[in-house]
Design a protein around this ligand. Structure first.
Ligand SMILES: *Cc1c(COP(=O)(O)O)cnc(C)c1O
Length: 478
Protein backbone atom coordinates (compact mmCIF):
# COMPACT_ATOMS: atom_id res chain seq x y z
CA UNK A 1 0.00 0.00 0.00
CA UNK A 2 2.90 2.30 0.83
CA UNK A 3 4.17 2.09 -2.71
CA UNK A 4 0.90 3.47 -4.02
CA UNK A 5 0.85 6.41 -1.66
CA UNK A 6 4.41 7.11 -2.66
CA UNK A 7 3.52 7.00 -6.33
CA UNK A 8 1.13 9.91 -6.13
CA UNK A 9 3.95 12.07 -4.80
CA UNK A 10 6.17 10.90 -7.63
CA UNK A 11 3.58 11.70 -10.25
CA UNK A 12 3.31 15.32 -9.31
CA UNK A 13 5.22 17.04 -12.09
CA UNK A 14 4.86 14.34 -14.71
CA UNK A 15 1.17 14.80 -15.27
CA UNK A 16 0.43 18.41 -14.61
CA UNK A 17 -0.05 19.26 -18.27
CA UNK A 18 -2.98 16.81 -18.47
CA UNK A 19 -5.35 19.13 -16.61
CA UNK A 20 -7.85 20.28 -19.24
CA UNK A 21 -10.40 21.87 -16.95
CA UNK A 22 -9.59 25.60 -16.85
CA UNK A 23 -8.99 27.28 -13.53
CA UNK A 24 -11.96 29.13 -12.06
CA UNK A 25 -12.08 32.70 -13.30
CA UNK A 26 -14.69 34.05 -10.90
CA UNK A 27 -13.51 36.09 -8.01
CA UNK A 28 -13.17 34.12 -4.84
CA UNK A 29 -14.43 35.32 -1.48
CA UNK A 30 -11.75 37.03 0.50
CA UNK A 31 -10.52 34.24 2.73
CA UNK A 32 -9.62 36.66 5.49
CA UNK A 33 -13.29 37.43 5.95
CA UNK A 34 -14.02 33.79 6.72
CA UNK A 35 -10.92 32.56 8.51
CA UNK A 36 -8.65 34.88 10.53
CA UNK A 37 -5.28 35.19 8.86
CA UNK A 38 -3.34 33.68 11.73
CA UNK A 39 -5.38 30.49 11.42
CA UNK A 40 -4.92 30.07 7.70
CA UNK A 41 -2.60 27.32 6.50
CA UNK A 42 0.21 28.81 4.46
CA UNK A 43 1.71 25.65 3.21
CA UNK A 44 -0.15 22.47 2.24
CA UNK A 45 2.34 19.72 1.45
CA UNK A 46 0.11 17.51 -0.69
CA UNK A 47 0.92 16.55 -4.26
CA UNK A 48 -0.35 18.78 -7.00
CA UNK A 49 -1.72 16.18 -9.41
CA UNK A 50 -4.46 16.00 -12.00
CA UNK A 51 -7.99 14.93 -11.30
CA UNK A 52 -7.57 11.55 -12.97
CA UNK A 53 -4.46 10.78 -10.96
CA UNK A 54 -6.21 11.47 -7.70
CA UNK A 55 -9.29 9.47 -8.74
CA UNK A 56 -7.10 6.50 -9.70
CA UNK A 57 -5.13 6.81 -6.49
CA UNK A 58 -8.19 6.52 -4.30
CA UNK A 59 -9.98 3.91 -6.41
CA UNK A 60 -6.85 1.75 -6.37
CA UNK A 61 -6.59 2.13 -2.63
CA UNK A 62 -10.27 1.24 -2.19
CA UNK A 63 -9.76 -1.88 -4.33
CA UNK A 64 -7.22 -3.06 -1.81
CA UNK A 65 -9.88 -2.97 0.83
CA UNK A 66 -11.98 -5.99 1.68
CA UNK A 67 -15.56 -5.83 2.91
CA UNK A 68 -18.88 -7.66 2.87
CA UNK A 69 -19.52 -6.10 -0.52
CA UNK A 70 -16.40 -7.89 -1.81
CA UNK A 71 -16.89 -11.40 -0.47
CA UNK A 72 -17.73 -13.66 2.46
CA UNK A 73 -16.55 -12.25 5.78
CA UNK A 74 -16.84 -15.09 8.31
CA UNK A 75 -15.55 -13.08 11.29
CA UNK A 76 -17.18 -14.82 14.26
CA UNK A 77 -19.04 -12.74 16.83
CA UNK A 78 -19.10 -9.76 14.49
CA UNK A 79 -22.06 -10.61 12.22
CA UNK A 80 -20.50 -9.21 9.07
CA UNK A 81 -23.59 -9.74 6.97
CA UNK A 82 -24.76 -7.94 3.90
CA UNK A 83 -26.71 -4.80 4.73
CA UNK A 84 -29.38 -3.88 2.21
CA UNK A 85 -28.44 -0.67 0.40
CA UNK A 86 -32.01 0.64 0.67
CA UNK A 87 -31.25 1.28 4.37
CA UNK A 88 -28.48 3.66 3.32
CA UNK A 89 -30.86 5.53 1.04
CA UNK A 90 -33.41 5.86 3.82
CA UNK A 91 -30.86 7.00 6.42
CA UNK A 92 -29.67 9.63 3.92
CA UNK A 93 -33.10 11.15 3.25
CA UNK A 94 -32.69 14.91 3.45
CA UNK A 95 -35.54 15.12 5.98
CA UNK A 96 -33.36 13.14 8.35
CA UNK A 97 -29.92 14.49 7.65
CA UNK A 98 -30.87 18.17 7.65
CA UNK A 99 -32.28 18.05 11.16
CA UNK A 100 -30.13 19.60 13.83
CA UNK A 101 -29.79 17.37 16.89
CA UNK A 102 -30.99 20.28 19.05
CA UNK A 103 -34.39 20.14 17.34
CA UNK A 104 -35.43 17.74 20.06
CA UNK A 105 -39.12 18.42 19.60
CA UNK A 106 -39.17 17.07 16.06
CA UNK A 107 -42.16 14.74 16.14
CA UNK A 108 -41.22 12.64 13.12
CA UNK A 109 -37.85 11.72 14.60
CA UNK A 110 -39.23 11.16 18.09
CA UNK A 111 -41.90 8.87 16.64
CA UNK A 112 -39.25 6.89 14.79
CA UNK A 113 -37.25 6.48 18.00
CA UNK A 114 -40.29 5.59 20.05
CA UNK A 115 -41.59 3.11 17.51
CA UNK A 116 -38.16 1.47 17.20
CA UNK A 117 -38.13 1.00 20.99
CA UNK A 118 -41.55 -0.62 20.80
CA UNK A 119 -40.46 -2.98 18.04
CA UNK A 120 -37.34 -3.97 19.99
CA UNK A 121 -39.62 -4.54 22.98
CA UNK A 122 -41.69 -6.95 20.92
CA UNK A 123 -38.61 -8.76 19.62
CA UNK A 124 -37.03 -9.20 23.07
CA UNK A 125 -40.10 -9.17 25.33
CA UNK A 126 -38.72 -6.27 27.39
CA UNK A 127 -40.96 -3.49 28.77
CA UNK A 128 -38.81 -0.40 28.19
CA UNK A 129 -35.83 0.59 26.04
CA UNK A 130 -33.21 3.28 25.77
CA UNK A 131 -31.58 3.83 22.40
CA UNK A 132 -28.79 6.06 23.72
CA UNK A 133 -25.83 3.65 24.02
CA UNK A 134 -23.41 4.02 21.10
CA UNK A 135 -22.20 0.39 21.00
CA UNK A 136 -22.66 -3.01 22.58
CA UNK A 137 -20.03 -2.45 25.25
CA UNK A 138 -21.53 0.96 26.03
CA UNK A 139 -24.91 -0.75 26.47
CA UNK A 140 -23.33 -3.25 28.85
CA UNK A 141 -21.95 -0.45 30.98
CA UNK A 142 -25.38 1.22 31.06
CA UNK A 143 -27.06 -2.07 32.03
CA UNK A 144 -24.57 -2.62 34.84
CA UNK A 145 -24.96 0.95 36.11
CA UNK A 146 -28.71 0.27 36.23
CA UNK A 147 -28.13 -2.89 38.29
CA UNK A 148 -25.85 -0.94 40.60
CA UNK A 149 -28.30 1.91 41.10
CA UNK A 150 -31.17 -0.51 41.60
CA UNK A 151 -29.47 -2.13 44.59
CA UNK A 152 -28.11 1.16 45.93
CA UNK A 153 -31.61 2.57 45.88
CA UNK A 154 -32.86 -0.42 47.85
CA UNK A 155 -29.88 -0.05 50.19
CA UNK A 156 -28.74 -3.59 49.49
CA UNK A 157 -24.98 -4.01 49.26
CA UNK A 158 -24.07 -6.19 46.29
CA UNK A 159 -20.67 -5.95 44.65
CA UNK A 160 -20.15 -9.05 42.53
CA UNK A 161 -21.20 -10.07 39.05
CA UNK A 162 -21.03 -13.67 37.87
CA UNK A 163 -19.66 -14.09 34.33
CA UNK A 164 -19.02 -17.45 32.62
CA UNK A 165 -15.68 -17.88 30.84
CA UNK A 166 -17.59 -18.27 27.57
CA UNK A 167 -18.77 -14.63 27.72
CA UNK A 168 -17.72 -11.98 25.26
CA UNK A 169 -14.56 -10.18 26.43
CA UNK A 170 -16.40 -6.90 26.86
CA UNK A 171 -18.59 -8.38 29.65
CA UNK A 172 -15.96 -8.54 32.39
CA UNK A 173 -14.46 -5.23 31.19
CA UNK A 174 -17.84 -3.49 31.51
CA UNK A 175 -18.56 -5.05 34.91
CA UNK A 176 -15.21 -3.83 36.16
CA UNK A 177 -15.83 -0.33 34.78
CA UNK A 178 -19.15 -0.22 36.60
CA UNK A 179 -17.28 -0.96 39.82
CA UNK A 180 -18.17 -4.63 40.33
CA UNK A 181 -15.81 -7.47 41.09
CA UNK A 182 -16.14 -10.54 38.93
CA UNK A 183 -16.70 -14.20 39.68
CA UNK A 184 -15.73 -16.27 36.65
CA UNK A 185 -17.45 -19.60 36.04
CA UNK A 186 -15.64 -22.30 34.06
CA UNK A 187 -17.83 -23.79 31.31
CA UNK A 188 -18.60 -27.51 31.54
CA UNK A 189 -17.88 -30.11 28.85
CA UNK A 190 -21.01 -29.05 26.92
CA UNK A 191 -19.81 -25.43 26.78
CA UNK A 192 -22.56 -24.44 29.22
CA UNK A 193 -22.80 -22.86 32.66
CA UNK A 194 -22.22 -25.46 35.41
CA UNK A 195 -25.28 -25.08 37.65
CA UNK A 196 -23.55 -26.42 40.76
CA UNK A 197 -20.76 -23.83 40.45
CA UNK A 198 -23.33 -21.15 39.82
CA UNK A 199 -25.25 -22.01 42.96
CA UNK A 200 -22.03 -22.21 44.94
CA UNK A 201 -21.12 -18.67 43.84
CA UNK A 202 -24.60 -17.38 44.60
CA UNK A 203 -24.53 -18.90 48.08
CA UNK A 204 -21.37 -16.97 48.90
CA UNK A 205 -23.60 -13.88 48.83
CA UNK A 206 -23.00 -10.29 47.68
CA UNK A 207 -23.92 -11.20 44.08
CA UNK A 208 -25.71 -8.46 42.13
CA UNK A 209 -26.40 -10.71 39.18
CA UNK A 210 -25.17 -12.67 36.20
CA UNK A 211 -24.08 -11.48 32.76
CA UNK A 212 -24.74 -14.13 30.20
CA UNK A 213 -23.70 -14.03 26.56
CA UNK A 214 -26.20 -16.19 24.72
CA UNK A 215 -25.47 -17.79 22.34
CA UNK A 216 -22.11 -17.80 24.10
CA UNK A 217 -18.80 -17.32 22.32
CA UNK A 218 -18.76 -21.04 21.47
CA UNK A 219 -21.91 -20.42 19.41
CA UNK A 220 -23.87 -22.51 21.89
CA UNK A 221 -27.33 -21.86 23.30
CA UNK A 222 -27.31 -22.77 27.00
CA UNK A 223 -30.07 -25.37 27.41
CA UNK A 224 -30.31 -24.66 31.14
CA UNK A 225 -30.96 -20.99 30.60
CA UNK A 226 -34.26 -20.90 32.48
CA UNK A 227 -32.75 -22.73 35.41
CA UNK A 228 -29.86 -20.23 35.45
CA UNK A 229 -32.16 -17.21 35.68
CA UNK A 230 -34.37 -18.96 38.23
CA UNK A 231 -31.39 -19.63 40.49
CA UNK A 232 -30.02 -16.08 40.22
CA UNK A 233 -33.43 -14.63 41.05
CA UNK A 234 -33.83 -17.04 43.95
CA UNK A 235 -30.71 -15.51 45.49
CA UNK A 236 -31.92 -11.95 44.85
CA UNK A 237 -29.76 -11.16 41.81
CA UNK A 238 -30.62 -9.65 38.43
CA UNK A 239 -30.04 -11.34 35.07
CA UNK A 240 -28.28 -9.48 32.25
CA UNK A 241 -28.46 -10.87 28.72
CA UNK A 242 -25.74 -10.00 26.21
CA UNK A 243 -27.86 -10.06 23.06
CA UNK A 244 -25.26 -8.56 20.72
CA UNK A 245 -25.73 -11.59 18.50
CA UNK A 246 -29.50 -11.94 18.45
CA UNK A 247 -29.58 -13.16 14.83
CA UNK A 248 -30.22 -16.84 15.54
CA UNK A 249 -33.06 -16.09 17.93
CA UNK A 250 -34.99 -13.50 15.96
CA UNK A 251 -38.66 -14.39 16.00
CA UNK A 252 -37.93 -17.73 17.69
CA UNK A 253 -37.35 -16.98 21.37
CA UNK A 254 -37.01 -13.91 23.58
CA UNK A 255 -34.63 -13.01 26.42
CA UNK A 256 -37.55 -11.91 28.62
CA UNK A 257 -39.19 -15.32 28.31
CA UNK A 258 -35.91 -16.91 29.41
CA UNK A 259 -36.14 -14.88 32.62
CA UNK A 260 -33.82 -11.95 31.91
CA UNK A 261 -34.23 -8.47 33.41
CA UNK A 262 -31.89 -6.49 31.15
CA UNK A 263 -30.75 -7.08 27.59
CA UNK A 264 -28.57 -5.20 25.16
CA UNK A 265 -28.75 -5.56 21.40
CA UNK A 266 -26.22 -4.55 18.77
CA UNK A 267 -28.25 -2.83 16.08
CA UNK A 268 -25.09 -2.61 13.96
CA UNK A 269 -24.76 -6.40 13.97
CA UNK A 270 -28.21 -7.93 14.01
CA UNK A 271 -30.20 -5.09 12.49
CA UNK A 272 -28.12 -4.27 9.49
CA UNK A 273 -25.75 -1.33 9.72
CA UNK A 274 -22.37 -1.57 8.00
CA UNK A 275 -19.85 -1.62 10.84
CA UNK A 276 -16.20 -2.24 11.53
CA UNK A 277 -13.34 0.19 11.81
CA UNK A 278 -14.77 1.38 15.10
CA UNK A 279 -18.25 2.62 14.38
CA UNK A 280 -20.80 3.97 14.34
CA UNK A 281 -22.85 1.54 16.36
CA UNK A 282 -25.89 1.37 18.57
CA UNK A 283 -26.38 -0.80 21.65
CA UNK A 284 -29.92 -0.25 22.98
CA UNK A 285 -30.78 -1.54 26.44
CA UNK A 286 -34.13 -3.15 27.21
CA UNK A 287 -35.37 -3.66 30.77
CA UNK A 288 -38.31 -5.11 32.69
CA UNK A 289 -40.98 -2.76 34.07
CA UNK A 290 -39.37 -2.51 37.51
CA UNK A 291 -36.13 -1.15 36.04
CA UNK A 292 -37.65 1.42 33.66
CA UNK A 293 -37.18 4.31 36.15
CA UNK A 294 -33.43 3.67 36.10
CA UNK A 295 -33.02 4.05 32.32
CA UNK A 296 -30.88 6.97 31.09
CA UNK A 297 -32.60 10.34 30.74
CA UNK A 298 -34.36 11.70 28.84
CA UNK A 299 -36.92 8.97 28.23
CA UNK A 300 -39.59 9.06 25.57
CA UNK A 301 -43.24 8.43 26.28
CA UNK A 302 -46.41 8.60 24.27
CA UNK A 303 -49.14 11.09 25.20
CA UNK A 304 -52.18 12.67 23.58
CA UNK A 305 -49.95 15.50 22.35
CA UNK A 306 -47.56 13.10 20.66
CA UNK A 307 -44.24 11.62 21.72
CA UNK A 308 -42.78 13.55 24.65
CA UNK A 309 -39.50 13.57 26.60
CA UNK A 310 -39.27 12.99 30.31
CA UNK A 311 -36.22 14.56 31.89
CA UNK A 312 -37.37 14.54 35.52
CA UNK A 313 -36.61 11.06 36.55
CA UNK A 314 -34.83 10.98 39.92
CA UNK A 315 -33.88 7.32 39.80
CA UNK A 316 -32.36 7.53 36.31
CA UNK A 317 -28.65 6.79 36.01
CA UNK A 318 -28.50 10.06 34.02
CA UNK A 319 -27.61 10.90 30.46
CA UNK A 320 -25.02 8.65 28.89
CA UNK A 321 -24.84 10.00 25.33
CA UNK A 322 -25.48 13.33 23.65
CA UNK A 323 -28.92 13.72 22.08
CA UNK A 324 -30.61 10.41 21.18
CA UNK A 325 -27.73 8.10 20.37
CA UNK A 326 -26.49 7.30 16.88
CA UNK A 327 -29.65 8.24 15.05
CA UNK A 328 -28.50 7.06 11.61
CA UNK A 329 -27.94 3.52 12.89
CA UNK A 330 -31.38 3.53 14.51
CA UNK A 331 -33.01 4.65 11.23
CA UNK A 332 -31.39 1.72 9.42
CA UNK A 333 -32.54 -0.75 12.08
CA UNK A 334 -36.08 0.65 11.94
CA UNK A 335 -36.19 0.36 8.14
CA UNK A 336 -34.79 -3.17 8.30
CA UNK A 337 -37.27 -4.40 10.92
CA UNK A 338 -40.26 -2.87 9.13
CA UNK A 339 -39.18 -4.20 5.74
CA UNK A 340 -38.67 -7.76 6.98
CA UNK A 341 -41.60 -7.94 9.37
CA UNK A 342 -42.12 -10.78 11.85
CA UNK A 343 -41.86 -13.52 9.22
CA UNK A 344 -38.77 -12.03 7.59
CA UNK A 345 -36.93 -11.68 10.90
CA UNK A 346 -37.72 -15.28 11.80
CA UNK A 347 -36.32 -16.39 8.48
CA UNK A 348 -33.12 -14.44 9.20
CA UNK A 349 -32.78 -16.40 12.45
CA UNK A 350 -33.43 -19.74 10.79
CA UNK A 351 -31.04 -19.23 7.89
CA UNK A 352 -28.28 -17.82 10.15
CA UNK A 353 -28.44 -21.08 12.13
CA UNK A 354 -28.80 -23.29 9.05
CA UNK A 355 -25.79 -21.71 7.33
CA UNK A 356 -23.56 -22.07 10.39
CA UNK A 357 -24.54 -25.70 10.89
CA UNK A 358 -24.01 -26.49 7.21
CA UNK A 359 -20.42 -25.26 7.50
CA UNK A 360 -19.93 -26.93 10.88
CA UNK A 361 -20.96 -30.37 9.69
CA UNK A 362 -18.97 -30.28 6.45
CA UNK A 363 -15.82 -28.73 7.94
CA UNK A 364 -15.64 -31.16 10.85
CA UNK A 365 -14.82 -33.91 8.35
CA UNK A 366 -11.26 -32.54 8.36
CA UNK A 367 -11.00 -29.96 11.13
CA UNK A 368 -11.24 -30.48 14.87
CA UNK A 369 -14.62 -29.39 16.28
CA UNK A 370 -14.20 -29.12 20.07
CA UNK A 371 -17.94 -28.81 20.81
CA UNK A 372 -19.72 -31.21 18.54
CA UNK A 373 -23.36 -30.21 18.81
CA UNK A 374 -25.87 -28.04 17.02
CA UNK A 375 -24.62 -24.48 17.01
CA UNK A 376 -26.41 -21.18 16.65
CA UNK A 377 -25.11 -18.50 14.25
CA UNK A 378 -21.45 -19.50 14.67
CA UNK A 379 -19.16 -22.30 15.80
CA UNK A 380 -15.58 -22.95 16.83
CA UNK A 381 -12.96 -25.08 15.08
CA UNK A 382 -9.46 -25.52 16.45
CA UNK A 383 -6.06 -26.18 14.90
CA UNK A 384 -5.61 -29.37 16.90
CA UNK A 385 -4.47 -32.27 14.71
CA UNK A 386 -3.77 -30.27 11.55
CA UNK A 387 -0.76 -31.92 9.85
CA UNK A 388 2.77 -30.53 10.19
CA UNK A 389 1.95 -28.33 13.17
CA UNK A 390 0.10 -25.85 11.03
CA UNK A 391 -1.49 -23.26 13.30
CA UNK A 392 -4.64 -21.18 13.23
CA UNK A 393 -2.56 -18.16 12.27
CA UNK A 394 -1.11 -19.99 9.23
CA UNK A 395 -4.61 -20.92 8.09
CA UNK A 396 -5.96 -17.42 8.62
CA UNK A 397 -3.13 -15.97 6.52
CA UNK A 398 -3.55 -18.56 3.76
CA UNK A 399 -7.31 -17.92 3.49
CA UNK A 400 -6.46 -14.36 2.44
CA UNK A 401 -4.60 -15.71 -0.60
CA UNK A 402 -7.87 -17.26 -1.77
CA UNK A 403 -9.63 -13.89 -1.63
CA UNK A 404 -11.57 -14.62 1.55
CA UNK A 405 -11.47 -12.78 4.85
CA UNK A 406 -10.25 -14.84 7.82
CA UNK A 407 -12.49 -15.98 10.67
CA UNK A 408 -11.97 -14.59 14.16
CA UNK A 409 -8.87 -16.35 15.50
CA UNK A 410 -7.61 -17.32 18.95
CA UNK A 411 -10.96 -16.32 20.46
CA UNK A 412 -12.66 -17.47 22.62
CA UNK A 413 -9.61 -18.01 24.82
CA UNK A 414 -11.11 -21.17 26.33
CA UNK A 415 -10.40 -23.08 23.09
CA UNK A 416 -6.67 -23.14 22.22
CA UNK A 417 -6.06 -22.27 18.56
CA UNK A 418 -9.72 -21.32 18.04
CA UNK A 419 -11.21 -20.32 14.69
CA UNK A 420 -14.60 -18.71 15.23
CA UNK A 421 -16.68 -18.94 12.08
CA UNK A 422 -19.90 -17.01 11.45
CA UNK A 423 -21.17 -17.19 7.89
CA UNK A 424 -24.38 -15.13 8.51
CA UNK A 425 -27.71 -15.62 6.79
CA UNK A 426 -26.87 -13.52 3.76
CA UNK A 427 -24.36 -15.99 2.25
CA UNK A 428 -25.70 -18.27 -0.48
CA UNK A 429 -25.10 -22.04 -0.59
CA UNK A 430 -22.69 -21.40 -3.46
CA UNK A 431 -20.66 -19.02 -1.31
CA UNK A 432 -20.62 -21.47 1.63
CA UNK A 433 -19.53 -24.31 -0.67
CA UNK A 434 -16.71 -22.15 -1.95
CA UNK A 435 -15.57 -21.46 1.61
CA UNK A 436 -15.59 -25.19 2.41
CA UNK A 437 -13.63 -25.93 -0.75
CA UNK A 438 -10.98 -23.36 0.19
CA UNK A 439 -10.74 -24.71 3.75
CA UNK A 440 -10.35 -28.24 2.43
CA UNK A 441 -7.69 -27.15 -0.07
CA UNK A 442 -5.79 -25.46 2.74
CA UNK A 443 -5.99 -28.65 4.80
CA UNK A 444 -4.51 -30.55 1.87
CA UNK A 445 -1.74 -27.97 1.55
CA UNK A 446 -1.01 -28.36 5.27
CA UNK A 447 -0.37 -32.04 4.57
CA UNK A 448 1.64 -31.72 1.37
CA UNK A 449 3.20 -28.23 1.29
CA UNK A 450 3.31 -26.86 4.85
CA UNK A 451 5.86 -24.16 3.89
CA UNK A 452 3.24 -22.57 1.68
CA UNK A 453 1.10 -21.98 4.75
CA UNK A 454 3.91 -20.99 7.09
CA UNK A 455 4.88 -18.18 4.72
CA UNK A 456 1.38 -17.08 3.71
CA UNK A 457 -0.01 -14.72 2.61
CA UNK A 458 1.62 -14.68 -0.81
CA UNK A 459 -0.85 -12.61 -2.86
CA UNK A 460 -1.43 -9.71 -0.50
CA UNK A 461 0.18 -6.24 -0.81
CA UNK A 462 1.76 -6.87 2.60
CA UNK A 463 3.23 -10.25 3.46
CA UNK A 464 3.32 -11.94 6.86
CA UNK A 465 3.92 -9.33 9.53
CA UNK A 466 5.95 -9.79 12.63
CA UNK A 467 2.82 -9.65 14.77
CA UNK A 468 4.62 -8.91 18.03
CA UNK A 469 6.61 -5.96 16.66
CA UNK A 470 3.54 -4.72 14.76
CA UNK A 471 1.59 -4.64 18.03
CA UNK A 472 4.37 -3.21 20.18
CA UNK A 473 5.87 -0.70 17.73
CA UNK A 474 3.21 0.02 15.14
CA UNK A 475 4.24 2.14 12.15
CA UNK A 476 1.00 3.84 11.24
CA UNK A 477 2.24 6.09 8.43
CA UNK A 478 5.24 6.65 6.16
C1 LIG B 1 -19.69 -7.44 19.47
C2 LIG B 1 -20.09 -7.93 20.77
C3 LIG B 1 -20.07 -7.09 21.90
C4 LIG B 1 -19.52 -5.68 21.88
O1 LIG B 1 -20.20 -4.85 21.01
P1 LIG B 1 -19.49 -3.50 20.47
O2 LIG B 1 -20.55 -2.81 19.69
O3 LIG B 1 -18.33 -3.94 19.66
O4 LIG B 1 -19.07 -2.71 21.67
C5 LIG B 1 -20.52 -7.62 23.09
N1 LIG B 1 -20.95 -8.89 23.19
C6 LIG B 1 -20.97 -9.72 22.13
C7 LIG B 1 -21.47 -11.13 22.30
C8 LIG B 1 -20.54 -9.27 20.88
O5 LIG B 1 -20.55 -10.11 19.84
Amino acid sequence: MNSNIQSIFDKENETIQMNFVPKMDIEQTNLNQIIPENLQRKDLPIPNVTEIEIVRHFINLSNKNYGVDTGIYPLGSCTMKYNPKINETIAKLSDFINIHPLQEENQGCLELLYHTSELLGEITGMDGFTLQPAAGAHGELVGLLIIKKFFENKRIKKQKIIIPDSAHGTNPASAKMAGFSIIELTSNEFGEVPLDQLEFALKEGDVAGIMLTNPNTLGIFDRQIKEITRLVHQYGGLCYYDGANLNPMLGICRPRDMGFDIVHLNLHKTFSTPHGGGGPGSGPIGVIEELIPYLPKPCLFSSEKGIMCNNNNDLSIGRIKAFWGNFGVIIRAYAYILALGAEGLKKVGEIAVLNANYLRVLLKEKYNLPFNRICQHEFILSDQGIPNEITTEDIAKRILDYGIYAPTIYFPLIVPGAMMIEPTETESKHSLDNFIEVMNKIYEEARTQPELLKEAPHNMPIKRLDAVTAARKPILHD
